[in-house]
Structure formats: C-alpha cells, structure tokens
Design a protein around this ligand. Structure first.
Ligand code: ZN
Ligand code: ZN
Length: 344
C-alpha cells in the first residue's frame, strides 16, 4: 500500500512509498482510513523539530471503517465507522500515569504517526480500546478532527472548567483555537477571538463560527479591545492557542482579577512571562496537553448530542500524493484544517 513516510532522520526525508500492508493480529482491529488531518506536528517532523522514530508512516488525526476484527478482539464489528485514539498505541500500562488514565505522561508511550506507523495510508491496525464509534449523524470528514478536538475538550471543559456566564478570550485562531471556539459557542459562552495581522481569514472564520468579537492585534491593542468589550473588567478566562510571546502577554493583560489562564499552544522556546500578574491579579494558571480516554468519551457524547458540527473547519481534502500542497496550506496559516485520503 502507498503511505506517506518519514524515511530517515533529518530535514525533509518524507515521501510517498510502497510499504507492507499491516496484518491484523488476534487482539487487533484493522481500519481502512477514510481521512487523516495534517497537523502542526507533521510540519515539525518534516523540519526535524519533533521526536520521531523513522522509518514511520505519518498521520495521527484519522477516521475510517473497520474492515477486519482479530479472533480475540471484542466489542467491534466489521463495517463500523470509527476514530482512533492513536496516542495510546504504545504505553507500559503499568506506571502510575497509565493506571490513573493520564497515559500521556507514561515514559514508554509512543503515539501513531511519529512513534509508530500512522494513518496517512490505506490501513492501520489498532487495539479495540483505541477505537471510538462515530455517531451515525457525524461524517467521516468531521470525525477526522477528533484528535485535535479532544485536546480542545480537555482544555475548555476539564482543565479550565469554563462555565456558562464566563467571558472567554481565545488567543490564536488556528485549528485548536477554532475548535475551542466551536465548543464554547455550542455552550453559549461569550468568546472573543484574537489573531495576528495576517490572520484575517481565520478571524473571519471565527466570526462565522460564533465569536462575539474578533480582534486583529495588528490593528487593535488586545487588552484595550477586551476592556471595551467587557466594560473595563477583563475576561474571566484566557486560552492561549497561539504559542507566541505577544499572545501570552495579551492574555495576561486581558484577564480580570481572579481570572483563569490556560496554556494550550506550544511556544517551543523560553519566552518572557510577567509572573507578577499572577500575584497581583491572583490568577489561576494551568497547562493542557492532549486528553485522556475519558475526554474521548466525553467528546463522543458531544457528537451524539449534535450541538457541535465540524465540517466547516475542513478547508481542503487532498490525496496523500499531494502532501506537499497539503503541508504548505497548513504552513502558510491560510487553511483551517486540511485532510488527506489514501491512494492505491
Ligand atoms: Zn495533531
Ligand atoms: Zn505507563
């Protein structure tokens, strides 16, 4: 089968190659991939800025259909449409983090698409516990956004515990920021979205999706815009989804006393953080990275309720042969989410 492979360490070294089709073990399930989203992580792997184990098939945000069920695998049937919690592909299962559900911190963990073979190809094998059945009303395109949406669900609902009545600032209108907005808008939470000078298209998308105000920080000072909008008080919650020093600063400046700040984006370097604001405003500062299996179940319940639809976040669907175009669309920050699909 054809697969998009990081075939060696270093800059670049990605190509569509012929690889062996994976065999479905007794305790495994084989999934035919429908779509797999391109993620910032894939760009980091392209440029050798993220840990990976070559040769490895890339892609970790996928949906598909079960085509084979191993002899000892239970609770799954051929023909079911699923999304895959690929981050748990390899864990020790026994450390305190695995046992408490926070497998993300397991030192043996390897996820699909960088640690082990991923989903920019036709077939993937997984354990039944990694699969989540997609509600009938939800499309395979939308379900391919599950992995990043789960990160938004953990950040918004579990870590930050946003409540109806809160006013929220989402700083950074990339896919994660807009997925946070989707969830907040569905819950009727007033949300302001901020972006940089070249984010006009994504800010327009934010306004369509349900932001009550959008701020282009190239044109308006963020904390001033937030003050205007909140009658001088500041926001209750700031979600930092840009990973940029000016965004971090803008979030801190925009929070009201006793507000909550959650770091969701990766900055990738040390940046100034005016920590006295934590003290003087008595802020709660937290970080949110990925999700637990519990988060995925919560996400499936959200899908089933039908209050969140994700299709308008998909801006392109391309075959894996066009991976360069797909990666470029993501790199120049014009596209929302780009999906790829397998080829023969
Ligand atoms: Zn991702
Ligand atoms: Zn472990």
């Amino acid at each position: 089968m054809k697969a998009l492979v990081k075939f060696a360490a270093g800059e670049g070294n990605i190509d569509v190659l012929d690889v062996e089709e994976p065999r479905c073990g007794d305790e495994q399930v084989k999934v035919e991939i429908a779509y797999c989203g391109v993620c910032g992580t894939d760009l980091h792997i392209l440029h050798d800025r993220f840990r990976y184990y070559p040769p490895v098939i890339l892609g970790h945000e996928c949906s598909g259909t079960v085509v084979e069920v191993g002899r000892l695998a239970q609770h799954v049937r051929v023909g079911e449409r699923v999304t895959v919690l690929g981050a748990t592909a390899v864990t020790c299962g026994n450390c305190e983090h695995c046992r408490s559900g926070f497998f993300i911190f397991c030192r043996s963990r390897r996820g699909i698409g960088h640690g082990v073979d991923g989903a920019f190809t036709r077939y993937l094998v997984a354990r039944p516990d990694q699969l989540y059945r997609i509600p009938d009303s939800f499309s395979l395109e939308e379900a391919a956004l599950s992995e990043p949406f789960a990160a938004a669900v953990q950040a918004v609902s579990e870590i930050t515990a946003v409540q109806p009545g809160d006013t929220v600032l989402v700083s950074g209108p990339g896919p994660i920021g807009l997925l946070c907005l989707k969830l907040l808008a569905a819950e009727g939470v007033r949300t302001i979205v901020a972006g940089a000078a070249d984010d006009d298209e994504r800010l327009a998308a934010a306004a369509r999706i349900g932001a009550v105000d959008v701020v282009n920080i190239g044109k308006r000072e963020l904390s001033e815009a937030v003050k205007d909008f909140t009658a001088g008080t500041g926001v209750d919650v700031a979600l930092e989804c840009a990973g940029h020093p000016s965004s971090v600063r803008g979030c801190l400046d925009s929070l009201r006393p006793m507000g909550r700040y959650t770091q969701i984006a990766i900055c990738g370097r040390d940046i100034p953080f005016p920590i006295d604001q934590m003290l003087y405003k008595q802020l709660t500062v937290r970080g949110s990275i990925t999700y637990t299996a519990r988060t995925w179940q919560r996400m499936m319940d959200i899908y089933a309720r039908g209050t969140v639809r994700l299709l308008d976040l998909v801006s392109a669907k391309l075959p894996i042969a066009d991976w360069r175009t797909a990666f470029d669309l993501c790199a120049d920050r014009k596209a929302l989410k780009v999906l790829m699909y397998p080829i023969d």
